[in-house]
Design a binder for this molecule. Sequence first.
Ligand SMILES: Nc1ncnc2c1ncn2[C@@H]1O[C@H](COP(=O)(O)OP(=O)(O)OP(=O)(O)O)[C@@H](O)[C@H]1O
Length: 359
Amino acid sequence: MRLRNPSAPMPHPHLQLDHVRLGYRMPTGMHVVVDDLSLALHEGRIGCLLGPSGCGKSTVLRAISGFEPLLAGSIALHGEVVATPRRSLAPEKRRVGVMFQDYALFPHLSVEDNVGFGLRREPAAARAARVKGLLSLVGMASLGGKYPHELSGGQQQRVALARALAPRPELLLLDEPFSSLDVDLRERLAGEIRDILKEAEATAILVTHDQAEAFAMADEIGVMEQGRIVQWGKAYDLYHHPATAFVAGFIGAGVLVPGRPTGNGSIRLEFGDIDAPGPVSTNGDVRVLLRPDDLLADADSPIRARLVHKVFRGPGYLYTLRLPSGSEVLAQMPREDGHRMGDEIGIRLRTGSLPAFPA
Ligand SMILES: Nc1ncnc2c1ncn2[C@@H]1O[C@H](COP(=O)(O)OP(=O)(O)OP(=O)(O)O)[C@@H](O)[C@H]1O
């Protein structure tokens, strides 16, 4: 592991986007799809742009790799500005590698030749050594002679990763890399690919609409909504301290329940008071984020809710509970406890404070 002298100034971010605006020219005029987007990623970090379909994630990746002109702002790689609205360094000069969702392996080339494809100008011995090292890094050392159609989806994905890493890109971009794999494999492979990128000391940006993938792979995540990053942070903070109601709704399961600030630092919910997460205006109702793990079953609790839906989730059950007002909340219950549909269950809150947003 490389250690940094703590008194040395922080180096330039490896990738920096400042107030970037991007759009497409339409017959009706310019259609802006990304606006005022800024981010900074340091060397060796894995960042992620996470957001719903159409929010502009792929457009940002194309701008970083040099295939989308900027309408405003700038992009810098390792402290060097590579794009502004007036000038743009050619994609092949940026040393940015891209790995797409469909792997795009060459079907007529063996695994080894696929991985070595970007190294054709290197001397044969150096090229062979690099290919061997990469195949071993991605756990495919014995499969170099196979052809893509002989491999599983996960294996093809590893070959695609080795091929993208081969020319030692300054930055690796991963565009929805797991979307063609089934859900179980996706999360496992995301974790494995994270380990490989860390081992290779690569700096990478992943784009995805899948939160599990983002959480399994990224060090830091930017949640995008309609062309803007609405929150940038670690998975834990996005989950527990969402900055907006949109982030709260997009990340993890949960329900926004109505609440009313009492004026003395707490918020009144239908089933009791919670501490306000910070200064909350008393003039107006709020919505409070309640995650399934915020509620506990408690037979002695005076707060009663009716069980209207119950799903087995392996480690436990996910209950949908209807409160007397008719609003519904989710509750994660640890194991079978004999509750039946329609039962009235005593519940209580696990935590004293929950995120709140203006109603
Ligand atoms: N070539 C294009 N011409 C015109 N509009 C485009 C073009 N490419 C994308 N768009 C529009 O720009 C917006 C952002 O698209 P983009 O592909 O960046 O989103 P995304 O978040 O990557 O979505 P997805 O997850 O579905 O790939 C969308 O409204 C899309 O319709």
